[in-house]
Design a protein. Structure first.
Length: 263
């Protein structure tokens, strides 16, 4: 799937089903979403951010409180909004203008005026300055690997010295060759994807969220080269179309250490 096509998928969900596009559970689909379920959805972000900062405080710095944070792939603001309650300012980045419009509306409803939402591109050209905290969760898995690695590097380079990053990727899938073949066909052949959508009682034209796996050796080498020598891994697992995808949140601090090995 091309870069352009990948971005169109997120604009489709941003326009037609933004909350389901972020967390693909039927309870958060447009047809099911109520005020109570929307509040429940946003509460998952609060819980997640609390967990992330508990890990940072335990592993890196018990007093860590970033002044400026960036959330890449912010969607409707599920993570950016709770970050705005902790940080002085937050920048949320997403490729979907429709997602950003919903995020801005949610921020206004929460009376949060210290969060800014900007449209993303591969060079993060609309992002200015540097950050004490950069974050992304369940986003890179939907970006083709080569493109994603470039963005991963950009995010790490935006991090201030002693800043902390938490970037999540998927690195393996437990699927048969048949399932992998069907997955590949759905990504490359619209008709196949459409037929399978109908069988699942979804609109024929609903695009499929692609899943991509990253090489952890490549990403850890990048962290090494960019001076992030404090690293902690937290594993994740999700189920997509009946088979598990294995992921990891890379927690890292931009602090160099003497990593020379002596015989």
């Amino acid at each position: 799937m091309s870069t352009k096509s990948s971005d169109k998928v997120w604009e489709y969900f941003g326009k037609n089903d933004p909350y389901y596009g972020v967390l693909t559970q039927e309870r958060y689909s447009r047809k099911a979403l109520t005020k109570t379920l929307k509040d429940e959805f946003l509460a998952t972000g609060e819980k997640y951010v609390s967990s992330v900062f508990a890990t940072i405080h335990e592993r890196f710095d018990p007093a860590f409180r970033p002044h400026r944070a960036l959330d890449f792939g912010c969607g409707v603001g599920r993570i950016a909004l709770p970050l705005a309650r902790i940080c002085d300012s937050v920048v949320g980045v997403d490729v979907s203008e429709s997602m950003l419009a919903v995020a801005q509306k949610n921020a206004a409803e929460e009376a949060l005026d210290n969060v800014t939402f900007v449209r993303g591109d591969d060079s993060l050209s609309r992002v200015s300055g540097r950050f004490e905290f950069v974050h992304s969760f369940i986003v890179f898995q939907h970006i083709p690997r080569k493109r994603g690695v470039r963005i991963f590097r950009q995010l790490v380079e935006l991090l201030e010295p002693d800043g902390v990053g938490v970037l999540h990727v998927t690195y393996a899938a437990n699927a048969s060759w048949l399932r992998k073949g069907v997955r590949a066909a759905r990504q490359r052949v619209p008709f196949v994807s459409g037929v399978l959508n109908v069988l699942k009682r979804k609109p024929f034209g609903e695009p499929r969220m692609q899943m991509n796996e990253y090489d952890l050796n490549e990403l850890i080498q990048l962290l090494h080269q960019l001076g992030c020598h404090d690293v902690h891994l937290r594993f994740t697992q999700t189920s997509v179309e009946g088979h598990p995808f294995y992921g990891v949140s890379l927690f890292f601090r931009k602090r160099t250490a003497n990593v020379t090995e002596f015989a």
